[in-house]
Each structure stands twice: as structure tokens, then as C-alpha cells.
Design a binder for this molecule. Structure first.
Ligand code: PHE
Length: 455
């Protein structure tokens, strides 16, 4: 491992990378966001487009990001800087690293607020308040939370402190335990929820909703959302995966590793969807297109009706928090690593500065659900605006830059070497997709989607 790497210790095996990358990828995007945006966009057709985006755009860009990280071996901004200057390229390409760090902070600002909702639910469920509660009851409780900025700020602060705390101590140790032990537990709980929703929910309707494509329900906006979400859920386009790639052993296969991470990530999202929608359809009064509140209303109703729901429900929201936590860490780490490497910050102050900035911005999201809910720009609240800006513009834009940079600008020898692709068909196929499929597809979706959103 090169000596430039100061920000976190070397990882010895491919599995450590898989665990860390999975920890970053699997988060609120899978359990909270995927089901609700699938619901808002009518289900099946959206899911199909989303899966196509993961396979054709997300996975190839992820391979490119990991590869850039591993060949640069530094924080994303500096990795880009040394790769571009080695290739004699214009400083413009360094923008990839910058855009990523800013996107990370913006995402963290609202991510922490939503993770705070999950935190707030733990005591509610554990004390039995939701036992036997009706849809209306849970809805009231949830609205009560959203209408109370102080409570939201409290839980947002707790989550931000948890994130900053781990990143200050150092990423590898705590994260290892979280992903090795707690992620499998989350998976087991999702299986339990699936069994419950199979038995008690309207499973057939849920299945039909998620997997039978009805293209008339899908708008252009929905396609842009599917693309943006495929980047969001795989943690692409902001340097997180590049930062982790820097610590991948030189002899590990990037392609296979990325496929494993992509598979787990997609599996968790689909399982969450199948746990939620059958319950939604079995209970009148929950709208599948309810938006951000979907997870926080439908599942608690299920827990309240389940034997052992206090335990399972409490545990579920604890694990959602942990999944969010391991993602939040990767949102802040690229910026922290850069401040340490080039600006002489120590880990503590770097974290305090960036965590503090994200915390302040998060207040805007807190207020979007109550006092500022009337203030809209282009029809969006503050929260919706930050989400739109990051996941539908910044992440795809960075993904586009990465595809163009690796596919068209960087000498193919670099990626051939990193990907062991001298003669392999897999390398040629990947390179072809990255050159000819990713850039035009991302450009079209971005431009058309923006046009549709604003015109
Ligand atoms: N992938 C994470 C999720 O799905 C969110 C995330 C995005 C994390 C970008 C890091 C970088 O919840």
C-alpha cells in the first residue's frame, strides 16, 4: 500500500472492500427511498427501468470508479488530480472530485434528518405505543413527529453526532463490525417481514404492483429518477466508492467484486419493496404513492399487528439506523480525507467542519416538513430541491464525467492493467458499454428529464 495513504489504514482482503462498499450502498436508499419512489412512479415499469439502469449504467460506472480509486490511491479529489496530471489533461477533470464532495455533503444533510426519523421510531415502538395501532393512529404519530421541528432537530443532531463520531475515530474498525454482523441481521429481519407480508398482506397485489410493467404510469421524470436512484443506491458519483477503491488490494478482481455489491444492494431494495407493498394494499388508507412517509407508516402498522412486533419492530428500526449510519460515513469521508491530505486538518476538525455544515443545511430539510412547507421553488420544497439537485443532477452528471473520462480520455492501458483485462472479453464489453452506452444514455436522460421538469 502506498505511503501517501494516510487517511485510513490499508485493507487486506477483497471482502473488506465488499463489506465497506455494501455498507455504503445499502442504506436509506434501499429501504426507504426505493419503495417510495417506485410507488410514486406507478411500480413495475419504474422498477424495470431502474434494474436496467443498475445493470447498464450503474455497474459499469461503479467499476470505473473503483478502478480510478485504486489506481489513484488517495482521496477522490487528489486521485483525480494525479491521474489527470499524469495523463497531461486539463484541470477541468478534477471537477469530478469536487462535485462529488459537495454532493456528499448535500446528501448527508437530508440523509441525517431521515435517519433521525428512524431513530425517533425506536423508542415509540419499543415502548409498545404502536401495538395494535390503526393506519390513522400511525399516521397521526408520524405527522406529529414531522410537525415538531424540535424533535426532528434533536434526532438529526443525534444521528449527525454518531456519524461524525465514527469518522473521527477512524472508519475501518467500527464499520467492519457493522457490516459483518449487523447487515446479515438486517437481511434476516427483512426475510421475517417478507414472511409476514406474505401471510398477512396482499402479497399477490404487491408483487403485481412491483413487477408488472405498466408503462403508462411512468413519466419522463420517473425515468430520470430511476437513473438518479441507480447512482444514489450504489453510492456512485460522489467519490465514496472511489475513496473505498483506494484501499482495495491490487490483485483483487474489481469486476466480480462490484457485481457482488450490486447484487446485494438490489436484493435488499426489492425485499424492502416486497415487505412494504403487500401491507400497503392489505390496509385501506395507505396510498402506495404516499412518498417519503411510506416506510414509516406501513411497516409500523404491520409491527403493531404482529406477535413480537415490539421486539421485531424495534430491532428493525435499529438496523435501518445502522444501515443509514454506514452509508452516512461514506458520504462524509471523501471530504474529510481531502481536508486531511491537502489542507493539513486533523481528523477531528475536518469532521467537525463538514459535519457542522451538513447539520446546518439539514435544518432546511427539517423545516420543509413543517414551517417552510409552503415555500417552494419550481414546485419543490427545500428537501425535495436538495434531493433533486443531488440525485437527479449532480450524481448522474459526475457519473457521466467518469464514463467519459475513463472511456474516452484516460489511456485504455490504465484500465486494462487495473482490471486485468489484457485479453478478456469482459474488459472489452465493459469498455464498450462505458464508451458507447453510458455517455449518450446518461446525457439523454439528464437533458430530457430536466426539460420535462422545468419546461
Ligand atoms: N447508497 C446509499 C443509500 O442507498 C446512499 C449514498 C449515496 C451513500 C451516495 C454514499 C454515497 O442509502
Amino acid at each position: 500500500m502506498s505511503s501517501e495513504v494516510k487517511s485510513f489504514p490499508a485493507w487486506h482482503s477483497r471482502w473488506t472492500f465488499i463489506l465497506a462498499a455494501t455498507g455504503s450502498a445499502v442504506g436509506l436508499g434501499n429501504i426507504w427511498k426505493f419503495p417510495y419512489i417506485a410507488g410514486e412512479n406507478g411500480g413495475g415499469a419504474f422498477v424495470l427501468v431502474y434494474l436496467a439502469c443498475i445493470l447498464l449504467l450503474g455497474i459499469p460506472v461503479m467499476v470505473a470508479e473503483v478502478m480510478l480509486g485504486r489506481s489513484g490511491r488517495q482521496s477522490p479529489i487528489n486521485a483525480m488530480r494525479s491521474l489527470t496530471s499524469a495523463a497531461g489533461l486539463h484541470g477541468f477533470w478534477n471537477g469530478i472530485g469536487w462535485l462529488g464532495v459537495v454532493a456528499g455533503l448535500l446528501i448527508l444533510s437530508y440523509y441525517s434528518v431521515i435517519a433521525g426519523w428512524a431513530l425517533a421510531y425506536i423508542p415509540e415502538i419499543a415502548t409498545g405505543r404502536l401495538q395494535g395501532e390503526s393506519v390513522q393512529g400511525v399516521q397521526e404519530l408520524f405527522n406529529g413527529l414531522l410537525q415538531n421541528p424540535r424533535r426532528l432537530v434533536f434526532w438529526h443532531s443525534v444521528f449527525m453526532l454518531m456519524t461524525v463520531g465514527v469518522v473521527t475515530v477512524g472508519v475501518t474498525r467500527g464499520l467492519g463490525v457493522a457490516v459483518r454482523v449487523l447487515m446479515p441481521l438486517l437481511f434476516v429481519l427483512l426475510v421475517i417481514l417478507l414472511i409476514f407480508s406474505y401471510r398477512q398482506g396482499d402479497f399477490a397485489r404487491g408483487f403485481y404492483f412491483l413487477f408488472s410493467p405498466n408503462f403508462s404510469a411512468l413519466s419522463l421524470r420517473g425515468v430520470l429518477e430511476a437513473l438518479g436512484h441507480s447512482f444514489f443506491t450504489l453510492s456512485l458519483g460522489m467519490g465514496a466508492i472511489m475513496a473505498y477503491g483506494a484501499y482495495m488490494p491490487a490483485d483483487a478482481s474489481i469486476g466480480k467484486t462490484v457485481l457482488v455489491v450490486g447484487f446485494f444492494d438490489t436484493l435488499v431494495a426489492l425485499m424492502a419493496g416486497m415487505a412494504i407493498f403487500p401491507i400497503v394494499f392489505a390496509h385501506g388508507g395507505i396510498d402506495p404513492a404516499a412518498g417519503p412517509e411510506l416506510l414509516f407508516i406501513s411497516l409500523p402498522v404491520a409491527f403493531g399487528a404482529m406477535p413480537g412486533g415490539i421486539l421485531i419492530g424495534g430491532l428493525f428500526f435499529i438496523l435501518v439506523t445502522i444501515a443509514a449510519w454506514s452509508s452516512a460515513i461514506s458520504l462524509i469521508e471523501p471530504g474529510v480525507a481531502w481536508l486531511i491530505e491537502t489542507r493539513g486538518f486533523n481528523r477531528f476538525t475536518a469532521n467537525l467542519l463538514l459535519g457542522g455544515m451538513a447539520w446546518v443545511l439539514g435544518l432546511g430539510t427539517v423545516l420543509s416538513f413543517n414551517e417552510w412547507d409552503q415555500y417552494k421553488f419550481a414546485g419543490m420544497t427545500f428537501f425535495e430541491g436538495v434531493d433533486f439537485l443531488t440525485s437527479r443532477i449532480m450524481l448522474p452528471l459526475t457519473g457521466l464525467f467518469i464514463a467519459v473520462f475513463v472511456g474516452w480520455i484516460l489511456a485504455p492501458a490504465v484500465s486494462k492493467k487495473e482490471l486485468n483485462g489484457g485479453h478478456s472479453r469482459a474488459w472489452s464489453f465493459w469498455y464498450w458499454v462505458l464508451r458507447y452506452i453510458c455517455p449518450p444514455a446518461i446525457t439523454v436522460v439528464l437533458v430530457v428529464g430536466l426539460y420535462d421538469s422545468f419546461v
